[in-house]
Design a protein around this ligand. Sequence first.
Ligand code: EPZ
Length: 412
Amino acid sequence: MDIKVSSGSIIKGNVVCSGAKNAVIPLLCASLLSKGKVMLRNVPRISDVFDICNILRYLDCKVIFKGHTMLIDNTNLKYKPLLIEECKKIRGSYYFIGVFLALFSKCEILLPGGCKIGSRPIDVHLQAFEDLGFKYIIEDDILTIFKTKVNEEASLVLTKKSVGASINTIFAGLRLNHYEIKNGLYEPEGLDVIHFLQKLGYRLTLKDEVIQYEKSKLDFKLIKHTVIPDRMEAMTYAVLGLLKGEVTVKRVNTKDLELPLRILKDAGYQISYTESEIYAKKSYGKEIEIKTDIYPGFPTDLQSIFGVLAINTIGKSRIEETVFEKRMQIYYDLKDSGVDCKITGNKAEITGTNKIHSKNYSACDLRHGAALLLLALVGDEEAIISNFDYVLRGYDDIVNRVKALGGKITIL
Ligand code: EPZ
């Protein structure tokens, strides 16, 4: 899908934050672990969610998705090899592996896809599965995992800090009587998944970054859970306000955005916030220094967004990406748009400017596409963004919501 963005929009208004993409994907997979029905509220209407729903329906689950509420009934769930297209399209399909190991002690699945922001191996996941007593084979892009010995207990140390591997390992060990997991990485989205599992009746505790699990009896009951707000979406709209007008973002957990908000405040931007709202007004700030890191460090998913904000700084800002190997595309787009921007490997130095010569752009991943939208909105002429489908993977109804704020966007 391509969109055309016209210049000269005045952005002003409110936007209500959607549910978090990176929480709802594992939550949907984890719904198979319930002994009854699951009702999820605040579910974002994004393509990754629709893809996961297709996989749930393929597994004979009943899925009713109305507005932002979803009811999942896994009564007729049965084991099937996960060799369907949706598993290859997105990264989060790999959460079905841990869930299947918990339910069936086996899994056959197409290796995951997702944004091309680096090699994105799953070696940390696979090592953890082996530590839990599983064996795996990878042939022609199909991962087959099976149980070789029955471990009742396990004590694991994940080989690297990984959001996905931490959640997947929690899932995969749920058949054991007891396990502990060290060196995990639990961002707000991962904590939301742990809270959900606790609601299902799984006896999980997280203390000093160590997960402890004791097997317990699950009840058959309807579980209701509200997905936490998407902190990346919230900050994307707040940066739009800082660049282009005035935006109030509602229903946010600002405690999950402590560092990005602190950086903006310290740089002197016109931004204020309560526990659940952010108000951002067009303003200029001092230069910013950002180095992405694991939570609660600066989130890699906001790096491209802040790269565009850097054009509104007085002076030179410096941004360094340390989590993924290939997430610097936006800085080449800034250079092409007339911004003084030096790129050295995973580091960029951006000089603030108020002159953006719009170009035609091509999105190469979800957050890059969102950053391009911000760049096109501040540009001095009309711009076309191709491959905008990437953005629809993680931003609920973004075209209509930006248009409602005053953005001039046409879907081509
Ligand atoms: C999750 O990716 C998110 N995706 C990403 O969001 C997010 O950027 C990332 O966490 C960090 O916050 C989903 O939740 C679906 P990692 P994930 O495992 O789980 C390497 C977005 O835009 N690694 O913490 O894949 C990996 O290559 C997306 O919403 C291994 O080497 O992140 C990366 O360099 C993009 N081996 C680093 O660790 C492994 O087995 C962090 O990856 C796993 C990861």
